[in-house]
Design a protein around this ligand. Structure first.
Ligand SMILES: Cc1cc2nc3c(=O)[nH]c(=O)nc-3n(C[C@H](O)[C@H](O)[C@H](O)COP(=O)(O)O)c2cc1C
Length: 334
């Protein structure tokens, strides 16, 4: 087992070996994925919204418990998107199953949500795309915040032009709670840089997508390996009513969405058959049709060189982090 390189407020808060959080991934952050991250020394979050109903969610939690061998893992809950099950029911089911680490994403978490988790001895990490939302979340009493830059795969919300590194450096001045930064992170050098500006951890999504434990078709993973840093595209940036900015793989579906946007279409119904989640889940992830569906992915695709176990990606990140620290020492003039 790899010796920990870092001791930060977030490694201590979550009891993890490495300051690496793997954020929720719609359809993909299931038990095998989250357990692989946890066994590799990071913290992963089962995406509650991917479960069709409460029994399916409970079964996923039980599967993860079995796969982690009892190591703690987390759950991701959306505070603004439509969920098949009321948000609080997901939270209660997770607490009942012994989960104590929650990644909330979306609107500022309500008071009763934060209280419910904290009263049960849990930890709330709230993910935001904008610094001012991080400050609000801190005021509301969350334990830590995650700030994602415009580079991130998925939904950077209203953030279409603030990179993670700028947001992180500003966060160090404006926050007192522990924080992580995410968006475009795929090397250990970036982890050291994030910690250097004041962050306590990084959040990674895209870099882990071709992990061997990710439940997705080999053709999808091969597409990620072939993709470079320029192969993502942002849709709906000018249309908050359609969910706001969404960074995805530049495939036929994304190009069709952008063409319709350019033609002036603004109604949800004009995009529905392209953006529905079953396109991603069934056609792309299950069947390997990588032109189908809006496939969240960011600039960190540039770092994906092969399909490999998540433990090996983590080991590489930590080797690179060690090398980055040695490089910094060798540059010291003092
Ligand atoms: C395929 C994919 C699906 C995602 N789904 C969700 C989600 O359902 N909920 C959520 O909070 N974040 C989601 N995210 C965002 C990630 O949790 C994380 O914040 C982001 O990927 C970090 O940026 P990076 O992709 O540049 O590493 C998703 C990201 C990807 C790549």
């Amino acid at each position: 087992m790899m010796t920990p390189l870092f001791d930060t407020r977030i490694t201590r808060l979550l009891g993890i070996r490495h300051p690496v959080l793997a954020g929720g991934l719609m359809w993909l952050a299931d038990a095998p994925y989250v357990a692989a991250v946890v066994r590799a020394g990071g913290m992963g979050f089962i995406t509650s919204r991917s479960s069709a109903d409460l029994p399916a969610f409970e079964a996923e939690l039980a599967r993860c418990h079995a796969l982690t061998g009892g190591l703690p893992f987390g759950v991701n809950v959306s505070t603004s998107r439509h969920t098949q099950v009321p948000l609080m029911d997901y939270v209660d089911a997770a607490l009942a199953a012994g989960v104590r680490h929650f990644e909330t994403a979306g609107r500022a978490p309500a008071d009763d949500l934060i209280r419910r988790i904290k009263d049960a001895g849990g930890v709330v990490l709230h993910k935001v795309p904008l610094l001012r939302h991080a400050v609000t979340a801190q005021r509301l009493g969350v334990d830590a915040v995650v700030i994602v830059g415009m580079e991130c795969g998925g939904h950077p919300g209203a953030n279409t032009d603030m990179p993670a590194m700028v947001a992180g450096a500003l966060a160090a001045r404006r926050l007192t709670v522990p924080f992580a930064i995410g968006g475009g992170i795929g090397t250990g050098g970036q982890i050291v840089a994030a910690l250097a500006v004041g962050a306590d951890a990084v959040m990674i999504g895209t870099r882990f997508l071709a992990g061997a434990e990710v439940t997705a078709h080999p053709r999808y993973k091969e597409r990620l390996v072939a993709a470079g840093e320029d192969d993502s595209v942002v849709c709906f940036a000018a249309n908050p009513a359609l969910g706001g900015a969404w960074r995805v793989l530049d495939n036929a579906t994304a190009r069709e969405v952008r063409a319709r946007e350019a033609a002036g279409m603004t109604e949800h119904a004009q995009f529905a058959e392209l953006t529905r989640g079953t396109e991603q889940r069934d056609r792309a992830y299950a069947q390997g049709d990588v032109e189908a569906g809006m496939l969240s992915a960011g600039a960190a695709m540039g770092f994906i060189e092969r399909v490999e176990p998540i433990g090996e990606i983590m080991a590489q990140l930590m080797d690179e982090a060690r090398a980055a620290m040695a490089r910094l020492s060798s540059l010291s003039a003092g």
